[in-house]
Design a protein around this ligand. Sequence first.
Ligand code: TNX
Length: 504
Amino acid sequence: MVFTHSLPLVPVPASVTAGEGRMPVTASTLVFGDSPAVAQLVEAVERRTGIRLATTDAAADAGVVLGVDTAADVPEGYTLSIADRAVITGADEAGLFYGVQTLLQLLREDDRGWGLLHADITDAPRFARRGIMLDVARHFFGVDDVKRYIDNASALKLNHLHLHLSDDQGWRIHIESWPKLTELASTTSANGDPGGFYTHDDYRAIVEHAASRHMIVIPEIDLPGHTHAIGVAYPELVEAPVLNDSLVSESARLGQPLPVAGETYTGWGVGHSSVRIHEERTYDFVRDVVRELAALTPGPYIHVGGDESLGTPQADFDLFAARATQIVVDAGKIPVAWHEMGSAENIAEGTIGQYWGNTVPQGTHAEEAARFVERGGGLIMSASNVSYLDMKYTEDFPLGLTWAAIIDVESSYAWEPTAVLDVPDTAILGIETPLWSETTKTMDEVEQLVFPRAAAQAEIAWSPKDAAERTWESFRERVGGLAPLWQSEGVNFHAAAEIPWSER
Ligand code: TNX
């Protein structure tokens, strides 16, 4: 395959010059370095080529040299040059890891065998926050599935994993102080499928694996709405379901049951549940959950939800938003909330908002998002009509929903996170691309929706906005070049017709 546009790299590096030739990679190519990235490289090369590279203690003998040089103060940055040998120098361990991901994209097979395409790269991210979400509440995904998600997302240089750990359909993390949550409210999923939950050890294993791939885990407990499951375990904490008209008609159209107090809920309807805002017991609960999550989570953030609390009166919602975010601050963490919580004037200072409205903000969404900035926090952009991974690619795609948009790969690529809201560019911390799992029961199904669109989001988050290669024409060819890598990694990507997929 000749890459006419540019090297097959996604996200496109900040600065890249392609060379003419290739550096052969054979069983006698040696690797030098003393970072965890060495073993990660050796294993990935073996998965891709079947060749197991040996390591050497002598840099002079090595064909691939990995190192870290902290003199350059460029968080997550790296340089990579491939000519007679390949040299990657990370500005930190994360940068070295990202340099290795870039190298793996340049590892190609042709008639002569395996080789690395010659290149000279200096790279660093545009945004420090490059996130992806997995909804483990609507359908549960076990530890191995989440590790696979982490591996494939971090290979695209995404560095935050948001886990949506609770929703109406199930509670997914064990809480020692409220044990009935997992005992009674974790066993089912959407559509009546089986559920599951993470023990503290499971959760720690996820956090550790994520850290080894330079990803921070952001746990979310969705409050005060999306809390029907809490009431299955502890009925005294929640209000009776509020059945709005659209819930009733949508449930009928989909043939789904309506929520019944105290019973597991298997439909997809939203906006019917709320914790009790005026009971102190509710705040004991939130405090306990936040405390346990904070103890398990080395990352600085805890997400307290806040979306679609349609049955909660506005004043109650605002009261709750202020209290819940303050509880997170008191636990020593930075709160994150869906943008609706910006309706509360006194949301805790420094709370980060996650904007999930349209790229053309509707109703009060923009005002709510702006509040986080006024209160000294920043914003994560998850514009639903472009970055939602659970939307269908085409009208007839078998998985996914359509409420925000039909999002083909080209439209998922075509948005600019700083151009959505009227806030200073510095308030935009980065982006997050969410996968809601109403329609996806297995990781294979999840990957159909996630890849290749997560690659488009990764490029928006990582690559300079004005890089010459930041065009759809270039992107579609470069992302097509990832097919053999994804195949060897077992990524069940959707081979969208918009993309010229390369064979090797
Ligand atoms: C809206 S976006 C939700 C989720 C659903 C999703 C489905 C957001 C913050 N809330 O509860 O799963 O739509 O696309």
